[in-house]
Design a protein around this ligand. Structure first.
Ligand SMILES: COc1cccc(CC(=N)NC(=O)c2cccnc2OC2CCNCC2)c1
Length: 387
């Protein structure tokens, strides 16, 4: 049956009851209990560690993902993470070189499988501080599906994480597997409605004209918040405590170090865009960011790429959140994005309706590995955004 593999893993069964207290599912182990040698691959395949400072490795990872990674439910779009984006997302402070695990064809050295982990300091239910891994980019070449490579990739990255004395993981997926800790809904805000309608990402309402829709979603040329400016590394010392303070209200979040903030939020064109609001007396009062994740438009005669911005982290102490995100929309439009996506986590429901976001046709499921929570989280209890 379909969850054969997941039934062997330390994750809750779909119908398990919630315990009084949250805690690990597996028996407590030590790094020395973990097998030293990598898991066996089918004949003809071999493990490799990708080094994204190496241009060939980066090109191979880019190509594997752009051809084989996640598509929407109607197979009209496929994520197209850029090389620069992958380098940014997979080289945070404290990264381990064997946490970028690739599978190559022994004969040709072609990369046909990949899974990544990055270290995160998570805070759960305002009480459990856990150093764990954030798993992402699990991908197997389309021609090799049902060779059961994904379970081996998952077991191998688990082994490599356990050897570092870490025993939990956080990950997301569009698909339902045992067992989501929360299910977020995604929303999108049109920036270029004409293109979105041409590529069938959106559709014209029955009594709507194109002119009417373009007027509805029109945005000012310039931002509207006094003191708004791009984030720079020099702001990291001031932003870090304010961001962590904002995130403390949620039951699942990544506690950022100053070095994390420098890495994750220093603007990189076509990767990450971050802004602060600075008061007259030079105090930082607010912050927002969005990341750039285009999608290939599969088999379209006129357009081949959808330029999408995704809401990332923010905090507000003086400017209403909806005004911050309104300015994010203005900037995303100015940088020629076609759509601005957001999830209904954190306090995002405060702005989704007013800023004209429409619900998407799918959900993003959040998961924890080897940690049984005492409750199911509403999306508004989630304070973590994955790329
Ligand atoms: C528009 O192009 C797409 C290409 C592939 C898949 C999807 C649907 C989808 N699965 N969307 C999301 O997962 C999503 C929707 C809104 C915000 N963040 C999201 O996912 C992020 C976070 C998880 N990793 C992928 C990117 C859309």
């Amino acid at each position: 049956n379909q969850w054969q593999f997941w039934n062997t893993q330390p994750v809750p069964k779909m119908d398990d009851p919630f315990p009084e207290n949250s805690g690990p599912i597996d028996v407590i182990k030590k790094p020395e209990d973990v097998q030293k040698e990598p898991y066996n691959l089918p004949a003809g395949f071999e493990w490799c560690n990708l080094n994204l400072k190496n241009k060939d490795d980066l090109d191979q990872l880019y190509t594997l993902l752009v051809e084989n990674y996640v598509e929407d439910d109607d197979n009209m779009f496929r994520f197209d993470y850029s090389r620069e984006f992958l380098r940014w997302a997979l080289s945070p402070p404290g990264q381990y070189e064997d946490w970028l695990a690739g599978v190559r064809v022994t004969k040709t050295k072609k990369l046909v499988g990949f899974i990544s982990g990055i270290p995160v300091h998570m805070v759960l239910q305002k009480k459990d501080n856990i150093k764990m891994t954030e798993i992402n980019f699990l991908c197997v070449n389309k021609k090799l599906r049902s060779k059961r490579l994904a379970p081996v990739l998952i077991k191998e990255i688990t082994r490599r994480v356990n050897i570092k004395n870490m025993w939990q993981a956080v990950y997301t997926a569009g698909v339902l597997i045992p067992k989501p800790i929360s299910i977020a809904q995604y929303f999108h805000r049109s920036l270029n409605p004409k293109k979105l309608i041409e590529i069938n990402f959106s559709s014209l309402g029955k009594n709507q004209t194109m002119a009417r829709v373009q007027k509805l979603y029109k945005l000012p040329e310039e931002t509207t918040i006094q003191g708004l400016r791009p984030f720079t590394k020099k702001d990291a010392a001031a932003v870090t405590p304010l961001l962590n303070k904002y995130l403390e209200q949620f039951d699942l979040y990544h506690s950022f170090s100053v070095e994390d903030v420098k890495h994750y939020f220093t603007p990189v064109e076509n990767v990450i865009y971050s802004y602060v609001v600075e008061s007259q007396d030079k105090q930082i009062t607010d912050f927002f960011s969005f990341y750039c994740l285009p999608s290939t438009i599969i088999n379209h005669p006129k357009h081949n790429q959808l330029r999408a911005a995704y809401s990332y982290y923010h905090f507000s102490t003086a400017t209403p959140l909806k005004d911050l995100i309104y300015n994010a929309l203005i900037l995303a439009k100015k940088y020629d994005f076609d759509v601005f996506n957001a999830l209904n986590l954190m306090e995002n429901t405060q702005f989704l309706d007013e800023l004209l976001f429409s619900p998407g046709d799918g959900n993003l499921h959040y998961y924890l590995y080897n940690w049984r929570l005492s409750e199911q989280f509403k999306p508004s209890q989630l304070g973590m955004v994955l790329v």
